[in-house]
Design a protein around this ligand. Sequence first.
Ligand code: B1M
Length: 230
Amino acid sequence: MADDEIILSELDDEELVLQMHDDLYDGLKEEIEEGVRILLDRGWTPYDVLTKALVAGMTIVGADFRDGILFVPEVLLAANAMKAGMAILKPLLAETGAPKVGKMVIGTVKGDIHDIGKNLVGMMMEGAGFEVVDIGINNPVEKYLEALEREQADILGMSALLTTTMPYMKVVIDTLKEKGMRDDYIVLVGGAPLNEEFGKAIGADAYCRDAAVAVQTAKDFIARKHNAMA
Ligand code: B1M
């Protein structure tokens, strides 16, 4: 072992989180997995590990990607390391044993292959007791419609990370309207380039800034639906 090799388990929490940001930046999958396990062993909640170590690290990657310091291959490695960390957290976040409160079909829109945020939303929704059917990335309107009908879903969740793909959400909502299906579903949208105004303009029920907001919004809408039915 080299003298200067960092032993993750010897770092205190703050140092370890900073080191994990660096490791995520460098796409070091095994180190990220180890870091996640250490924080969990130290009593961190899965949610704190997710937000403070992984999501915060990915924000740094995003800024440097935007500024041309990182390029697609490096960002892919970082995304891969992030996914490995998320895979450890997923069962823990889902471990509520709560009865299913509703069903959501979620997917990234046509032309868009970003899926980390969508996966995170799916995980958090499952953790909150929702049944989640993830239809993946690059979804044309037909795939959303088919999944919604097949799954008898309560909620449609759409994700878009590109300014060029976010307008496609309106295509999906307009198609639901044309087919007289719009009122059958709660439509929630999210993704970094969206905002509240955009959500309203395209006719979604709500824009969700992050996964925690998505969970709370979904719960609120399901409660309203149940009250209306009662
Ligand atoms: Co892409 N990319 N990317 N990328 N990428 C962005 C989005 C970009 C902002 C980077 C930048 O320039 N700063 C930029 C878009 C610019 C724009 O549109 N104006 C960009 C670009 C340009 C591109 C390419 C075009 C690059 C190229 O090829 N030249 C290309 C597009 C390919 C395509 O889709 N057709 C591309 C490719 C890639 C990679 C493949 C390398 C990789 C994706 C890997 C993967 O997802 N499997 C990648 C990544 C990782 C990013 C950044 C760095 C990080 C995205 C991410 O995962 N964030 C991103 C920069 C950034 O966003 N800062 C960037 C972490 C994630 C947890 O956050 O996805 O926002 P986010 O999700 C949040 C909320 O938004 C919300 O909750 C989540 C959790 O809190 N949310 C929802 C998201 N979806 C929701 C759905 C809901 C509710 C809430 O439904 C109910």
